[in-house]
Ligand binder design. Structure first.
Ligand code: KIV
Ligand code: NA
Length: 266
């Protein structure tokens, strides 16, 4: 395989070939997903929740994310690695966005960045693209704005539909190479996908987007508590890991591990 590039995503859209994206936050998961043929990996600010244990994505910093990006890039020789710009690192101005994104590219080795916001972030997207930084946009439900969106709720219903279309068109016009659509009605996601020249990536947006994304811990049963309605669990890594830890603990307590085969002679 060769490194996935933006033009490949464009080609898959033209062919109607759906593609998967997953989050990754460290070397081993990136290696596994890359070898499994996942062409795009996102070092999401969801690391705030699933890696660092914060309640929301609001507190996570660039400094907390960059080492994760570096590890993912080292683990994934084939995937396009996208780094999420965290809350507070791009909203102030296009210049702030460019400075933050440059850190993710230079220090992190990311191939592209993602930021939340549609029409309102068009100036940031434009500045990033001018600076040579590929941008994945993120519209619909945007977790960093959970407080102004009134909680975790579907976006683009009723009057919100028009704004979502405006947002999709605005990020495309600003130069984004793709757009994540989170928690939007499937019919709306479908019509945006049909009319937008760039690939759409759905999460809780029906199965007619050009691509799909999930947080890997949700997808693989590693996220602990309850997950959102739009998540399907494809495995139970948490249960497997828990069982391994229990068996190891029991083996140590009863002195059946280490056995003779794990022991060095004189
Ligand atoms: O941070 C994240 O994991 C995301 C995806 C779910 C799109 O933004
Ligand atoms: Na995110």
């Amino acid at each position: 395989r060769t490194r996935t590039r933006i033009h490949h995503l464009q080609g898959w859209k033209a062919e109607g070939q759906a593609w998967p994206m997953l989050t990754a936050y460290d070397y081993p998961s990136a290696r596994i997903f890359d070898e499994a043929g996942i062409p795009v990996l996102l070092v999401g600010d969801s690391a705030a929740n699933v890696v660092y244990g914060y309640d929301t994505t609001v507190p996570i910093s660039i400094d907390e994310l960059i080492p994760l990006v570096r590890a993912v890039v080292r683990g994934a020789p084939n995937a396009l690695v996208v780094a999420d710009l965290p809350f507070g690192s791009y909203e102030v101005s296009p210049q702030q966005a460019v400075e933050s994104a440059i850190r993710f590219m230079k220090e992190g080795g990311a191939h592209a960045v993602k930021l939340e916001g549609g029409e309102r972030m068009a100036p940031q997207i434009e500045a990033l693209v001018i600076a040579g930084l590929p941008v994945m946009a993120h519209i619909g439900f945007t977790p960093q704005s959970v407080n102004s969106l009134g909680g975790f709720r579907v976006q683009g219903r009723g009057e919100g539909a028009e704004q979502l279309v405006t947002d999709a068109e605005a990020v495309q016009a600003a130069g984004a190479f793709s757009v994540v659509m989170e928690m939007v009605p499937a019919v709306l996601a479908r019509s945006i996908t049909k009319s937008l020249p760039i690939p759409t990536i759905g999460i809780g947006a029906g199965n007619e987007c050009d691509a799909q994304v999930l947080v890997w811990q949700d997808m693989a049963g590693m996220s602990g508590g309850r997950t959102a309605e739009f998540v399907r669990r494809f495995g139970d890594v948490g249960a497997v890991l828990s069982e391994a830890a229990r068996e190891y603990g029991a083996a140590v307590r009863e002195r059946s591990f280490p056995g003779p085969e794990h022991t060095f002679d004189e």
